[in-house]
Ligand binder design. Structure first.
Ligand code: SF4
Length: 509
């Protein structure tokens, strides 16, 4: 049975005497006033129900900053709906279904509608309860449209999908040609972190009474990094366009040791919980380009993330089906290393620094995610599902549709190459070039054997060695695998790899 929250004092009185005909169920990642189930909402006839389930709050070891963000955003959104004249119930219940049953107890056996949910599990649970789905237009590509594209492809190359999106949506194209003459400015956007560079300040979001109520409930001291209202999310978008977009492209793949955000937008949490819509980000970025405020290489790089990667990952999640989550093509069985849950359990400066950043604010940008955290999981042979669960629980912008293809397909190559043609494995040389961590590290990125060898360098070669039979057949990997033959110290390297793996498990490397 659901329980009403004691928040009446912050909400306006409900309009009396209404005849309700529908219940609109609003998931915590559908907080958009004009899309999803709100595309046809009517305060005169619709009751809006949000459910804060115990499973959602305590069912897994969620990062508290993540939980704080999701709950505070939903409660602000609910308060705003009530201000707008809707009858709203923000229910706390054991499960979402219990909450919806409580809503039916109060309002009668009304039909329940919601936007298509963001995971197979939730989809099934709601469907079994008789909930009716509205097409999820929080994305620019419907699930049906994406499936049409995917079914027409021999391989699922994101770049092909992205170019089709540019043409279909008419973004940065004129007469079928890309703005600036190229579809992709990646080659211009691989600069290492700059020296003596002043990064713009980060926008802080002050906490209000409702935020503090949530923080107290969670026994959490929230940062001021993440907005919990649509107004705050829009302010973050304006701030990014004004202060960061122009510099975003060239340094998007670099990792600075002295600035955790660099020129990244910090907008993914709001896209993924609904407070912002993809179309708003694209409109703001392309307008900045038209006004001459940002160069094409930055605007194109940003647009690609929003209309390319994000839509592709969501589309692939639904296209590949529920079983895809369980793939383990490289038979990786190692348990999650202790350093993932405690940054003090490693001497690797890159990994320790990135996990410490995660501990603070539940976010690091795509390169630490892919080339440090995921790379480590890949080359250590960590079980994909254990790593996936950790990513899902820790990142502020994580949802099932985001993390399943990103981790299983891209991060740890557990799908045997369905999504990516090669694994994203790298040694210390890459990390040394693209980050500023190696100078302060106990290890040497150039060494692959011996007690000072960089664990990434050792494990990169060991990974190729362990999987040489699989990857020698891959035309994008065969050159690297054949490189193993030139290693005169392969026996020492193998021995060091065993020491490194044991040390990582013991928290001493
Ligand atoms: Fe990371 Fe290796 Fe560089 Fe140390 S030397 S920071 S472990 S890449």
């Amino acid at each position: 049975m659901g329980q009403r929250l004691g928040q009446r004092e912050v909400l306006l009185p409900e309009v009396q005497g209404l005849m309700h005909t529908r219940i609109l169920y609003l998931a915590h990642d559908h907080l958009n006033p004009t899309h999803g189930v709100f595309s046809s909402a009517n305060p005169a006839t619709d009751v809006v129900v949000l459910v804060e389930s115990a499973r959602m709050v305590t069912g897994r070891p969620w990062h508290k900053e993540r939980l704080f963000f999701l709950l505070a955003s939903a409660r602000h959104f609910a308060a705003g709906l009530q201000d707008a004249g809707f009858t709203v119930r923000y229910l706390q219940a054991a499960t979402t279904i219990d909450g919806l049953a409580a809503a039916r107890n109060e309002f009668g056996d009304l039909p329940i509608y919601c936007a298509e949910p963001s995971s197979f599990r939730q989809f099934r649970l709601l469907q079994d309860f008789g909930v009716e789905f509205v097409e999820n237009d929080l994305f620019l590509t419907t699930r049906k449209l994406f499936a049409l594209w995917a079914e027409s492809q021999k391989t699922f190359v994101m770049e092909n999908f992205y170019r089709a999106q540019r043409n279909r949506l008419g973004i940065l194209v004129a007469n079928g040609q890309p703005e600036g003459g190229r579809w992709n400015y990646d080659a211009d956007n691989r600069l290492p972190p700059p020296k003596n560079y002043t990064w713009p300040a980060i926008l802080e979001h002050q906490r209000d009474e409702l935020d503090l109520q949530v923080a107290t409930q969670l026994n959490h001291t929230a940062t001021t990094t993440w907005a919990t209202t649509r107004q705050g999310a829009l302010a973050q978008l304006d701030y990014f366009i004004e202060h960061h977009l122009a510099g975003f492209g060239p340094y998007e793949d670099a990792v600075a040791a002295d600035n955790w955000a660099m020129h990244h937008s910090l907008l993914s949490p709001y896209l993924n919980n609904g407070l912002l819509h993809a179309s708003e980000l694209v409109a703001a970025a392309t307008k900045a380009y038209e006004l001459g405020k940002a160069p094409i290489e930055s605007v194109e790089a940003f647009v690609r993330q929003v209309i390319g990667w994000r839509e592709y990952i969501n589309g692939m999640y639904w296209f590949l089906g529920e079983d895809y989550r369980e793939r383990n093509g490289l038979n990786a069985t190692r348990k999650l290393l202790p350093l993932f849950t405690d940054s003090s359990k490693t001497k690797m400066n890159c990994v320790g620094s990135v996990v410490a950043n995660m501990e603070k604010r539940a976010w690091v940008h795509h390169i630490p995610r892919l080339m440090i955290l995921s790379n480590l999981a890949l080359v250590t042979g960590t079980n994909p599902q254990e790593f996936l669960d950790w990513m899902r629980e820790q990142f502020i912008d994580a949802t099932e549709w985001v993390m399943v293809p990103n981790v299983i397909g891209m991060a740890v190559h557990a799908d045997g190459g369905t999504l990516m043609t090669k694994p994203y494995a790298a040694g210390g040389a890459y990390i040394s070039r693209m980050t500023q961590y190696c100078k302060g590290c106990a290890y040497d990125p150039k060494l692959r054997a011996g007690s000072n060898a960089c664990p990434f360098t050792t494990l990169y070669w060991d990974f190729l060695d362990r999987h040489s039979e699989t990857f020698v057949k891959n035309h994008r990997m065969s050159q690297q695998v054949n490189g193993l033959k030139r290693l005169s110290d392969l026996p020492e390297l193998r021995e060091r790899a065993q020491e490194v793996l044991a040390g990582l498990e013991a928290g001493t490397i």
